[in-house]
Structures are given as structure tokens and as C-alpha cells.
Design a protein around this ligand. Structure first.
Ligand code: CUK
Ligand code: CUA
Length: 694
């Protein structure tokens, strides 16, 4: 389903559709000053050291400080740099005295009691707790990083509700244990045993969550997956060609017309072992995927590596950050230049190029040339606009009103505010930069509330900074004036996400900072620590951000989507019409010997028995079992676990699954139910006899 070229007429039809979708434009924005100095030229060298050196030194020092090494504190640099504030704050052990800090204008509760973990407690705030038996207000969908899964948590309790295996087999849910999901992992998914999920995004209609699907990338093996949010089960995986790492993931809005995968690692195209040292042979691509079929529609090749991405609210623009504008092919070559780009993709213009046949077909997919020198980027409707930013911007997200795309500087202490409407109008894309506030050290990702605030994680400062993005458009580039507040997090945050921040109407009450390190916040559990997901209440601007909860988290969530509970409607039982396999009702069980070495069994499970208490097959038989859970009562789950044969089918009510195995070892095997389903659950079993063949 993944790499086949799509029929051209189909593609044209969709092209028309998409152009119509994009007919509207972004809401009007105030004309902001386009600052010529917004982008710094020339490398930042202080005392003969580059920014990267200073950051490396600083990280070594904060690590040592956290271990209590005073010597490290003594030699910690207190740099007063134009773009760096390395000595400005310490990396405190929880409960330790507040160290040397220089104030920051407009900075209020930098170290509040709870923020500093004074009492070491978590989840203290009663107002934001969810008593036993009561439900949460929100679903949080967290990526699981290199576990390859999605975690579902309730907010504000932060209780983990469910895990959804995506790129890995998982026995408790029987994922990758029955025929259908095994085929999904092995055929569509390419047979890898793991993935690296970073960016879970829930589908939208009219710029609001519709609760239908969740899409997530696999950074490791260049894939995109779809989770069906009725069953909370992965139902499609697309192996993206011409791309080694699909990193950023998001959608064309307002109506999820396309799903975008942002290719990160550049590889030679085609990647066949030739041309490994020729930078011109390398490319990275943006991939557009049809959300219904999960087929790749087209790709756009660009200069440099890409990183994260986000779609505008109006359907025309898609933004991706990137690095390596040098186009290096080794690590050392990639960070020399002091400037990189946010690429703004003009989606309808790309469809036009595809429809006009202006592409090269590579690995069965139309690849449009969006590099700087491409003829498609000449004229008055370039398909990709390159907006220059300071080096290596990381996260990018579009404000809820669709006015701005905000890119976080990572190696630069600023965020770059790009006007979405302006990007279509300016001659020089640099003129679409409307603001560039100095937010702090190591800005990575930005989320939004419903009151015009942006919240940006500061990886190096271990803080979340709250700032006003309209004020940033008014202010001079490099100004700290737009900053409303900074709050410590513990420690070193990557992504953060606010409730419904990716929609046009964020809820503005909760925010989760996904911190990469937990250090001393929890009982030690060996050298690999959990991460720390911290919940903030952000609904009261006067009171400021309030840290409500610490939640240890298994490695390692990167991003999340927070969706109001009313927008998700999970099924209570399976619907027999929703899968290809025929349901096996009670009384219609069967055992059929097809030939000398093939057996087909149709059976059911209910409290506390299987249709067959005993099954006899012969050594070497290929045995196919189709089994239905005939229960209609919600939450009565059975399984069919067969020892030695590596089988464990999880069966929710009304579900039917199928498995095939070769009975190659004579003997007695007790198939049993692994879900604790009833008082006689332990008795629920079937004796499988494999008779010797001779
Ligand atoms: S990335 Cu991991 S913290 Cu993959 Cu969105 Cu920035
Ligand atoms: Cu069925 Cu336990």
C-alpha cells in the first residue's frame, strides 16, 4: 500500500480538491516591522569559542553541579554575551537553596515553591486532582519515543490509561500476534521490530479535533502510522520511500486533507550505495500522504536537512524547520554556517506542479524539485520559500489564529515569528519575519493558550517561558519585553504541549512540559532514569503558571496532543462489521481438516470456556484458528494463549482474530486465557494435543 505510484487521474482529482480547500487565506494580521537585523550574520565567537563549545561546556557543568561538585560551580562560566546567558541560572538540585541568579525583566515566578520542588511532593494541588472514580477532562496522547508506541494519559490526573503499540509487537494487546496486525507490521511496516515515535497528531475537521485518527511518525525507519481512535489500535503503516527518517509529522488543515512527514536525514536518492560522498546526490523530502488510503501522494525535495513541521490553519502553507544548510554529508560539516532556514511549502502550488507532470518519479513516487535553484522556485509562485533564520531552528508551530509560524531557535536564544499571510506577499522571504524575541537559552518547542501567549521550552535553562506573541511583533528583534513569565521545570524540557494547542481554539488551562531528565525527582531505579512529565495549570494569568504534578515517564515521550474528552468516542466493544473476518457465534464452531497437513478451527471464547475443551491435531499440521469473543459486556476480555507456539491473541468483546502456526512439536499444550476475566478465569483452558506423525 505504500510505495506504489497512485493512478494519475486520482491524483489530479485530489489536486483539484486540495486547491479548493486552500482557497481561503489566513486571517488578517497586523502589519509588523520586518527587521533587517532579524537574522544574524557571521559566526558567534566569544573568547575564541563557538556557541556549540559554550553550550557543551555549560551542559558539562550543570551535570556536575547536579552531582554536587562545587568545583564545577566555581568554574561555571558567568558569561555576559550578546546572545548567551550561560551563567544566568543554575541547575538546582530539588530543595537546594536558590543559587546565584540575575533577574530578568518581566520575569515573575522564576522559582516558586512548588516549582523548586521544595516539599518534594507531586500532585499536591487539590484543585487539579481527579478523585477516585471520576474521569479526567482530557485525553493526552504521548509518543513513546523508541518504545515505538503511543501512551494515553488522562489530564489533569496524569494517570496512564492505555498504551497503543504502533511500531512494535506487544503481547498484552495481542498486537503483532494475530494474522492481521502481524501482516501490518511485517508487510506494510517493513518488518522492523521497533520504531521511534515523536509526533502524535490527532485529525481535525474545521481546525478542531474530530477524534477519528491519530497519526505518528517513525523517526528510525522512515514510516508514518495511523491509529484508529475508535478502537485505539494502529490500523495502517506507510513505509515512506526516499526518506530515512520521518521526523516532523502533522497535517494539512483545516480538514486533514493530507498528512505530512518531514524527512530528516538526507540520503542519496536513490539510496543504492553509489554517490555516498556526493552532496548533490543527497536530498531530504517532505512527504504528503493521503489520510484515508495512507498512500504517498507526492514528495518535495529541498536543500538542507529538515526537522519539525506544522501546517497553517488555512490549508495553503506548511512550515518545516531545518539545519545543515551547508549540505554537509558528515556531522562535522553540518553546523558551520550560522544561518539555516524555515521552509514554507505552498501546497496548492505543489499540487499544480504534480498535475503538470513536473516531477521525477523515484521509487514509484512523484518527487517535485523544491530546492533553491529549482525552476519551480522561480517566478511569482515558488513552491518552497526559504525563510532565513539563525542556525538550526528546531520546533515550529502555527499560532491558533493562523497568523504566525513560530520557530524556536535551539542554538540561538530567540524565536522567529514568521507572518503566514506575509509569506505569500513579500519578495524576499526574510521580510516575512515579523518578530524575534529573545526568550532564553535553548528554545525547542512552542505551544499556545487561548489568550495570545506562547509557551516555549528552554532546554538549557530548564525552564518554560511564557511570552506574548503580538507583543513580540511590536517589539524590536532581540527584545525580552514580550516575556511574561518564566518557570523552572525539572529538568531540561524537550517538547511541551498545551490543551488543544494545535487547533484554532486551545483550551488554555493545562500545559505539560516533557522533560528529558528527572535526575533526583523520583526514587532511583538504576542508571536509566524515567523522564519527568510535568503538568502546569496555566489558566490564571494573574497567578502565573502553577506546577501541579510530576509524572515519571518511561523513555521517552517527545511530543503529545491533548484533546478534550468530548471529542473522542471510543468503542465499547468491537463491531463485527469492522473487520474482514467472519464472527464465530456460539453453536457455529467447527474443526475442519482441509488436507493431510492443514487444519482450520473456528471457535469462540466466553466466560469461562472455549468452544473446544480439547483439540487434536497431527505433528506438522499447519493450524489456523479463528476465534471470536462472544461476550457483549464491555470490559470482559479474553485471550487465547498457546504455550510453546508463541501465540497470545487478545480478544475484546465481539472481536475476532486469526492466527496460523505449525504444530511441529508433538505433546500436550494447555491453551489458556491470559486476561483475568471471571471467577473461573483460571479454569478457562483448552487442551491442545499434537499427535506424533509416524
Ligand atoms: S523532536 Cu524530540 S524534543 Cu523529535 Cu519534536 Cu524536539
Ligand atoms: Cu477468559 Cu480469563
Amino acid at each position: 500500500m505504500t510505495t506504489d505510484p497512485n493512478p494519475t487521474d486520482d491524483r489530479e482529482a485530489r489536486a483539484d480538491e486540495h486547491r479548493d480547500d486552500a482557497a481561503g487565506t489566513a486571517s488578517a494580521t497586523e502589519e509588523g516591522p520586518a527587521d533587517d537585523e532579524a537574522v544574524d550574520d557571521g559566526p558567534e565567537i566569544v573568547d575564541g569559542r563557538t556557541v556549540e563549545h559554550l553550550i557543551t561546556d555549560h551542559e558539562r557543568d550543570i551535570a556536575a553541579t547536579a552531582e554536587g561538585t562545587d568545583a564545577a560551580a566555581a568554574r561555571r562560566p558567568s558569561l555576559d554575551l550578546p546572545r548567551l546567558e550561560l551563567g544566568r541560572r543554575d541547575f538546582m538540585k530539588a530543595g537546594a537553596a536558590v543559587g546565584a541568579m540575575t533577574g530578568l525583566a518581566g520575569c515573575t515566578s522564576v522559582l516558586s515553591d512548588e516549582g523548586n520542588g521544595g516539599d518534594g511532593s507531586s500532585g499536591a494541588s487539590g484543585e487539579h486532582s481527579v478523585p477516585p472514580g471520576e474521569h479526567d477532562e482530557y485525553y493526552g496522547f504521548l509518543s513513546g519515543g523508541h518504545t515505538g508506541e503511543i501512551r494515553v494519559v488522562g489530564l489533569p490526573s496524569m494517570r496512564e490509561l492505555m498504551r497503543i503499540p504502533v511500531f512494535q509487537a506487544e503481547s498484552a494487546r495481542g498486537f503483532g500476534h494475530d494474522a492481521r496486525t502481524t501482516e501490518l507490521l511485517e508487510e506494510e511496516g517493513g518488518g522492523y521490530t521497533w520504531g521511534d515515535t515523536h509526533h502524535p497528531r490527532v485529525s481535525q475537521t474545521d481546525n478542531d479535533y474530530d477524534g477519528r485518527w491519530l497519526f505518528v511518525n517513525d523517526k528510525a525507519n522512515g514510516r508514518m502510522a495511523r491509529v484508529d481512535l475508535e478502537y485505539f489500535e494502529t490500523d495502517a503503516i506507510t513505509n515512506v520511500p526516499n526518506s530515512q527518517a520521518v521526523h516532523g509529522a502533522c497535517m494539512q488543515l483545516p480538514d486533514t486533507q493530507l498528512v505530512f512527514g518531514v524527512g530528516e536525514f538526507r540520503v542519496p536518492m536513490p539510496n543504492d550505495g553509489r554517490d555516498v560522498d556526493d552532496p548533490d546526490a543527497y536530498g531530504s523530502v517532505l512527504t504528503a500522504i493521503d489520510p484515508e488510503t495512507m498512500d504517498v501522494e507526492w514528495q518535495v525535495e529541498v536543500d538542507g536537512n529538515m526537522d519539525n513541521g506544522d501546517g497553517g490553519k488555512e490549508g495553503r502553507w506548511f512550515f518545516a524547520t531545518g539545519y545543515n544548510s551547508e549540505e554537509g554529508v558528515t556531522q562535522g560539516e553540518m553546523t558551520r554556517a550560522d544561518r539555516d532556514y524555515v521552509k514554507a511549502f505552498d501546497i496548492p502550488a505543489i499540487w499544480d506542479a504534480v498535475e503538470a507532470g513536473e516531477y521525477e518519479e523515484i521509487s514509484g513516487v512523484p518527487v517535485v524539485d523544491g530546492t533553491m535553484d529549482s525552476s519551480l522556485n522561480e517566478g511569482d509562485r515558488p513552491i518552497v520559500r526559504y525563510v532565513p533564520t539563525p542556525k538550526s531552528p528546531h520546533g515550529v508551530s502555527v499560532t491558533p489564529d493562523g497568523s504566525y509560524a513560530i520557530a524556536s531557535g535551539k542554538l540561538d536564544p530567540t524565536c522567529t515569528v514568521i507572518g503566514v499571510e506575509e509569506i505569500a506577499e513579500v519578495d524576499d522571504p526574510a521580510d516575512a519575519i515579523l518578530g524575534q524575541p529573545r526568550v532564553g537559552m535553548g528554545p525547542l518547542h512552542t505551544a499556545y493558550d487561548d489568550r495570545g501567549h506562547a509557551y516555549t521550552t528552554l532546554f538549557i535553562d530548564s525552564q518554560v517561558v511564557k511570552w506574548d506573541y503580538e507583543a513580540a511583533v511590536e517589539a524590536e528583534a532581540g527584545s525580552e519585553e514580550p516575556i511574561v513569565e518564566k518557570h523552572d521545570v525539572h529538568y531540561n524540557p524537550g517538547h511541551l504541549i498545551a490543551s488543544e494547542s494545535y487547533t484554532a481554539s486551545p483550551q488554555g488551562d493545562y500545559l505539560v512540559s516533557l522533560n528529558k531528565l528527572s535526575k533526583d525527582r523520583f526514587l532511583p531505579v538504576g542508571p536509566i532514569h524515567p523522564e519527568n512529565d510535568q503538568l502546569f495549570h496555566i489558566g490564571d494569568d494573574d497567578a502565573g503558571m502553577e506546577l501541579v504534578k510530576d509524572k515519571p515517564s518511561y523513555p521517552e515521550p517527545h511530543d503529545a496532543s491533548i484533546v478534550h474528552k468530548d471529542k473522542i468516542e471510543p468503542a465499547k466493544t468491537w463491531g463485527p462489521d469492522d473487520y474482514d473476518l467472519d464472527f464465530v457465534p456460539e453453536g457455529e464452531e467447527s474443526f475442519e481438516r482441509i488436507d493431510e497437513s492443514t487444519v482450520e478451527i473456528e471457535m469462540w471464547a466466553r466466560r469461562n470456556e472455549y468452544a473446544f475443551p480439547e483439540v487434536t491435531v497431527r505433528e506438522g499440521d499447519e493450524v489456523t484458528i479463528r476465534i471470536s469473543n462472544v461476550e457483549t459486556t464491555s470490559d470482559v476480555i479474553h485471550s487465547l494463549a498457546i504455550p510453546e507456539y508463541d501465540v497470545n491473541l487478545a480478544l475484546a468483546p465481539q472481536d475476532t482474530r486469526e492466527v496460523t502456526f505449525t504444530a511441529d512439536e508433538p505433546g500436550v499444550y494447555w491453551a489458556y486465557c491470559a486476561y483475568f476475566c471471571s471467577a473461573l478465569h483460571l479454569e478457562m483452558r483448552s487442551r491442545i494435543l499434537v499427535e506424533p506423525r509416524d
